[in-house]
Design a protein around this ligand. Sequence first.
Ligand code: SAM
Length: 237
Amino acid sequence: KSAPRLFVPGPLEEGAHVPLEGGQAHYLGKVMRSAPGDAVVLCDDLTGEWLAEVSGVGKRDVTLAVVRRLREREAVPDFWLCAALIKKDRFDLVLEKATELGVAAVRPVVTRRCVADKLNPERARTIVTEAAEQCARTALPALAEPVKLDALLRDWPAGRRLYFADEEGGAPAAEAFAAHEGPAALLVGPEGGFDDAERAAIRAHPAAQAITLGPRILRAETAAIAGTALWMGTRGD
Ligand code: SAM
């Protein structure tokens, strides 16, 4: 069985003692039944991935000793998923899958037809962190505060292509993605789609390019996850 992996506050360094409490102590102590000397892999989203070993198991706390660095923090594909907020359990799926797929950031977007218009930050952070631990990322995706579509477009950073997942049509996504070099993002609408004014504003944006994921109407979470997977599939990193 592979060693448990945990994100902990950094910066980690050789010989550091890492005290764990709460859920992480419970996970190691009770669920994994860790014993002194057991290996644990730690990441701090700063210095990379470290081999640690359990040095003490208390009633409610577990202490680890950092042994050595295993990997540097990875260079994350410079791709943002800008996903309109959708029903909680489905947005949770988007957060988890986008993390597994390797995005650099998830930027939730509030659009006129969003049913959900806020995100529980602690819950989202937990989902993203656990997904990163499961898929052995050494870097966490950034998780932005939800922003309204017009603010997202207004403050869009120069040099980043904004691929607009448009069910009304666009360039075939795999072709557009394969041909692209540099920072990029994928914008996906909510269950009810973008309204005409929003669609016009997106298409008018200089960084935007409409892409299609095929002739069928995909659920928002399907478009977000499939579009991200297509992007990652055309990259080596
Ligand atoms: N217009 C849709 C309808 O008639 O049900 C509502 C939006 S669709 C359920 C949710 C989002 O997924 C869309 O806003 C779009 O961003 C994306 N999407 C769905 N199908 C797509 C496709 N075939 N190609 C690209 N994006 C798609």
